[in-house]
Ligand binder design. Structure first.
Ligand code: B4P
Length: 187
């Protein structure tokens, strides 16, 4: 199964992806995690990405696509994967189409997790206390939400045109949301 998870920052994409992969035995590919890995390793790519991420803006499409391509072509992704945080704009969605068609693959589901902006800000504020991510300050989160509204929300329309989008209510506990996703993916 090949799944794309869509939703605002803090909507629960990463949280839900971890629960789904435990049960489906496919890799969880998070571009946010790949970028944070590059930052931790202090690679030139990571250093360039950090400046952009700390402002809440999107890292360049070429950098992210290069990382994604390396990950999707690894053997453990042959039978499926969950993409979390990619595509982040319509250009990335188009690049993903080209990449998947080169690999003779296609997407089965685009799950759009819907959560109110106020809830998102509250969740991320809580995470900021625990994890201290440098892009989780209130000002940066507001910018990430604006970037989402302008650049990422149109990606849902891109996949609606392919009839693969299911909207998932992101309210309630982590388990509530997981049960809604399970009902859609039927596992
Ligand atoms: P991401 O790492 O994707 O960060 P995110 O949008 O905040 O999502 P995340 O998955 O971490 O959080 P979740 O909603 O699960 O991106 C970070 C940055 O990387 C971007 O701003 C950008 O700069 C860059 N980037 C990443 N991908 C890119 C791309 N393709 N192109 C360009 N740039 C890219 O969870 C948030 C919190 O809510 C957690 O603490 C969780 O515990 C909590 N939570 C989740 N579900 C809950 C529930 N039901 N109830 C209560 N709390 C809940």
């Amino acid at each position: 199964m090949r799944i794309v998870l869509l939703g605002a920052p803090g909507s629960g994409k990463g949280t839900q992806a971890k629960l789904i992969v435990e049960q489906l035995n496919i890799p969880h590919i998070s571009t946010g995690d790949l970028l944070r890995g590059a930052i931790a390793a202090k690679t030139p790519l990571g250093l360039a990405a950090k400046e952009v991420m700390d402002k809440g803006d999107l890292v360049s499409d070429d950098i992210v696509l290069g990382m994604l391509k390396d990950r999707v072509t690894q053997a453990d992704a042959d039978n499926g994967f969950i993409l979390d945080g990619f595509p982040r704009n319509v250009a990335q969605a188009e690049m993903l189409e080209v990449l998947l068609s080169e690999l003779n693959m296609s997407l089965d589901h685009a799950l759009l997790i819907e959560v109110d902006p106020d809830e998102v800000v509250a969740r991320i504020a809580k995470r900021a206390e625990i994890e201290g991510r440098t892009d989780d300050t209130e000002e940066v989160v507001r910018n990430r939400l604006e970037v989402y509204r302008q650049q990422t929300a149109p990606v849902a329309d891109f996949y609606k045109a392919q009839n693969i989008v299911t909207e998932i209510l992101g309210k309630g506990s982590i388990e509530d949301v997981h049960h809604r996703i399970k009902a859609v993916l039927r596992f």
